[in-house]
Design a protein around this ligand. Structure first.
Ligand SMILES: Nc1ncnc2c1ncn2[C@@H]1O[C@H](COP(=O)(O)OP(=O)(O)OP(=O)(O)O)[C@@H](O)[C@H]1O
Ligand SMILES: O=P(O)(O)OC[C@H]1O[C@H](OP(=O)(O)OP(=O)(O)O)[C@H](O)[C@@H]1O
Ligand SMILES: O=C(O)c1cccnc1
Length: 484
């Protein structure tokens, strides 16, 4: 198989448009695109932005190698060879601003802004959305699980059910950003420094036939801190008593068993009974791990039932975001060089939600000086100085004009961080632990009513009056004339 990079990790229509722009001589015109999503996933009140590190790596390595050029030439024999030469020279010289990974983000606000030639900005659409949509989705799902798990330990167990290898690896990272403590995937551990953790499978016990022997041999073979899976035959009848015996033998040799794992049956009942058996045996330090198709709803329910579970292993439901397996992030042209001047552009749709907001925009998080909590996200043109200067802002919902509010006592935090300026990376990627810490600090900016998993309050995302007026103006310009 040929060694191919990610330059062709794009939809064919991007290459079609690149070629057509090149033929028309319009490929160098400047354009601004914004990536955002229109609806929060899982009925959640917020999303957790992720994917930027992958995007930065992608942009830094974005070149067309000879194998890739040869493939395009073979696909489209009519291509002018000078277009292929253009691709040979291709580098991304545009500018990108983006939310930081771990940021709390909302629908209808720019998460990534790409400015450059239409040729380069068009090429990167597919890959940017691919990375942002998946990783943001999984970080958001993980954040919901974290909300209910509190201080319990969360382990990501999803690789075997993930939609292939990249999803497993980057999904493990997204879960870690949102507060998971470890992953079962050893490659994700090595690549990102996430603690790699594991217990053992039923096959270990089955391969001996005798559960006690299996536990003893496993505990003797592995370094300190083993976790034994106790549900292969009969959890309370044999698994827990055998594990207790192994733990006692370890104690006699000055070692300590770490935990038992429950993977089937009524996890609440079994954990309560197992806890009692362990405590009665003087093994209150031995923790209980649970797994088996868990998600935020089962974990919440199990905790409400008084389940005695210290560590949750969460796989399938998290890594596939099974209740909503995609985030509908889009990438829209908002400003373009038309006839030599940069002009805001609009996409009209019969569905009002799909009408774009024209013009290149910034996002500010408006934080109340009094409470230190976020009041709204404010979207405005870069030349609107009001939020930067702390001037009185009108927060209004144009569709429901009675919902309006004025704020003057606030701090405005610019949310879009410059990442590339004219092709040069200006943003130093933070470490994963810094991203986790940033995410925690982001959560603290919000009142709990926006964060709860069921029926959260809707957080305000408002566009400036100027941005709204521009949108109305462009809508009016594109409407057919009214009949007399
Ligand atoms: N007390 C409980 N309350 C609510 N949900 C529970 C409780 N105990 C287990 N569950 C969940 O119920 C589901 C049980 O699934 P299922 O019936 O397929 O498993 P099982 O038969 O116990 O085990 P196996 O994996 O061997 O099939 C899992 O999603 C599990 O997390
Ligand atoms: O349930 P998840 O959240 O995806 O967590 C991962 C699962 O993977 C393993 O078993 P596997 O599913 O391979 O086999 P099993 O269904 O027979 O337990 C493990 O025992 C967990 O149950
Ligand atoms: O370590 C475990 O217990 C584990 C790892 C992956 C999937 N299920 C369980």
């Amino acid at each position: 198989m040929k060694q191919l990079g990610l330059a062709l990790h794009t939809d064919k229509y991007q290459i079609n448009m690149m070629y057509a722009h090149w033929i028309n001589g319009t490929h160098q015109k400047k354009a601004v695109f914004e990536a955002y999503f229109r609806k929060l996933p899982f009925g959640n009140g917020y999303a957790v932005f992720a994917g930027l590190e992958r995007i930065v790596n992608y942009i830094n390595n974005l070149t067309f190698h000879e194998d890739e050029i040869a493939f395009l030439a073979e696909q489209e024999e009519e291509y002018d060879s000078r277009f292929l030469d253009e691709l040979r020279q291709f580098r991304f010289y545009g500018s990108i601003s983006a939310m930081k990974e771990g940021a709390i983000v909302f629908a209808d606000e720019p998460l990534i802004r790409v400015e450059g030639t239409i040729l380069e900005a068009q090429l990167v659409e597919t890959a940017l959305l691919n990375f942002m949509n998946y990783q943001t989705l999984i970080a958001t799902k993980a954040s919901r699980i974290k909300q209910v798990a509190g201080d319990d330990i969360l382990l990501e167990f999803g690789t075997r059910r993930a939609q292939e290898a990249d999803a497993a690896i980057w999904g493990a990272r997204a879960a870690y950003i949102a507060g998971f403590h470890g992953t079962s995937n050893v490659l994700a551990g090595a690549k990102f420094g996430i603690p790699a953790k594991g217990t053992h499978a039923h096959s270990w016990v089955q391969s001996f036939g005798n559960e006690q022997e299996a536990f003893d041999r496993y505990a003797a073979a592995l370094p300190d801190g083993v976790t034994l899976l106790v549900d292969t035959f009969d959890t309370l009848g044999s698994g827990v008593p055998h594990a207790i015996k192994t733990a006692k033998e370890l104690e006699a040799r000055g070692k300590k068993m770490s935990a038992i794992r429950l993977d089937s049956g009524d996890l609440s009942y079994l954990s309560i009974q197992a806890r009692k058996m362990l405590d009665d045996a003087g093994l209150s330090y031995v923790k209980i791990v649970a797994s088996n198709d868990l998600d935020e709803n089962t974990i919440l329910d199990l905790k409400a039932q008084g389940a005695q579970i210290d560590t949750w292993g969460v796989g399938t439901q998290l890594i596939t975001a099974s209740d909503q397996p995609s985030l509908g992030g889009v990438y829209k042209l908002v400003e373009c060089d038309i006839d030599g001047t940069m002009q805001p552009v609009i996409k009209i749709s019969a569905n009002p939600e799909k009408v774009t907001t024209p013009g290149s925009k910034d996002v500010y998080r408006i934080i109340s000086t009094g409470s230190g909590k976020a009041i709204a996200d404010y979207i405005c043109f870069p030349n609107e100085d009001e939020p930067r200067e702390g001037k009185r802002l009108k927060l209004f919902n144009p569709l429901h004009p009675y919902i309006r509010k004025y704020v003057s006592d606030y701090q405005a935090i610019a949310m879009l961080e410059p990442v590339f300026v004219e092709g040069k990376q200006v943003y130093e990627l933070p470490s994963l632990d810094e991203i986790r810490a940033y995410h925690r600090s982001q959560l603290e900016q919000f009142w709990p009513e926006y964060l709860r998993k069921l029926n959260p309050e809707i957080y305000r995302v408002n566009i400036s009056p100027k941005a709204w007026e521009m949108k109305q103006k462009l809508i009016a310009e594109h409407l057919p004339p009214e009949e007399a």
